[in-house]
Design a protein around this ligand. Sequence first.
Ligand code: ADP
Ligand code: F6P
Length: 320
Amino acid sequence: MMKTIGVLTSGGDAPGMNAAVRAVVRTAASLGMTVKGIRRGYNGLIEGDIIDLDIRSVSDIIHRGGTVLYTARSPRFKTEEGMAEAIANCKRFGIEGIAVIGGDGSYRGARDLSLRGIPCVGIPGTIDNDISSTQYTIGFDTAMNTAMEMVDKIRDTAQSHDRCSVVEVMGRRAGYIALQTGIAVGATAILVPEVEVKIDDVIQKIRDTQKTGKKHFIVVVAEGIGGVEDIAKKIEESTGIETRATVLGHVQRGGSPTVRDRVMATQMGYAAVELLNKGIGNRVICYRDGKIVNEDIYEALNMKKPFDDDMYNIAHVTSI
Ligand code: ADP
Ligand code: F6P
């Protein structure tokens, strides 16, 4: 049985990561294990930036965005020298297993550590919901709610001026945030990397809805498509409708996590520690069809995530 485990957050921060850290610490304590907090992702493991976490040290964080453990992208961790330092520090601090909260990149690091004798369990934490093995990632709901609120505000001014607003939301190469946010704000068109749509089709749709009395328009564009300024220019030139472009940016990464993110993070943190407590690593925690399950990390990294074409179609049909 493991006596001491580590926990770290890695890659882009996501609201709900703190709730996951709290769940890891408290579940471990309830099983008689102690927890070390590794700061700034894999950098903390390399540099020995490691602190003790007891049940009270994670009080008052469940409602806070960001991550109290800080996060980083660590190119050094991908080198042999960095990995050797990381393993040496695990030994030095008595860390026998690690809960890694992050995205696919962080999972690859977790796989490498597991291979070198430090069992790791991945917990999906990213606003993008772009991890193939899970239907849900911690932070997705909060980010979408933030994006929705921001676009609602943009809609107020678009409506007042009879304008079109083209809004870019985050998601790296994936369109999950764009799709659901687009539905929630009643966007006339949603552009995502997973579905090929021509700008002329968007313009045609704007014209069609204009004929039935629509006077202001929202077009939601995923970051993976980008180019909102150009899209706005083309819409304005073709339709004569005054058009503005907005990139929402990092506002989507911050803020207090929603109920869904806090609860999911708590369940996932708990599940990760249950595995580590049994000495099991090389796994990732997943949400599938209402259940928290786990999956082999290699299988997880090789999976392809299907895009919800039905939902995309519903968005199209209901935005006339
Ligand atoms: P995310 O976890 O959100 O996908 P990144 O892709 O930036 O974020 O990965 C986070 C960190 O995980 C990287 O900075 C690096 O330290 C580690 N990592 C990423 N890819 C690999 C890899 N192929 N092998 C080992 N470690 C990796
Ligand atoms: O993965 C989360 C995310 O916010 C993506 O949506 C975005 O592409 C990227 O991180 C931005 O990263 P950075 O922190 O480097 O600006």
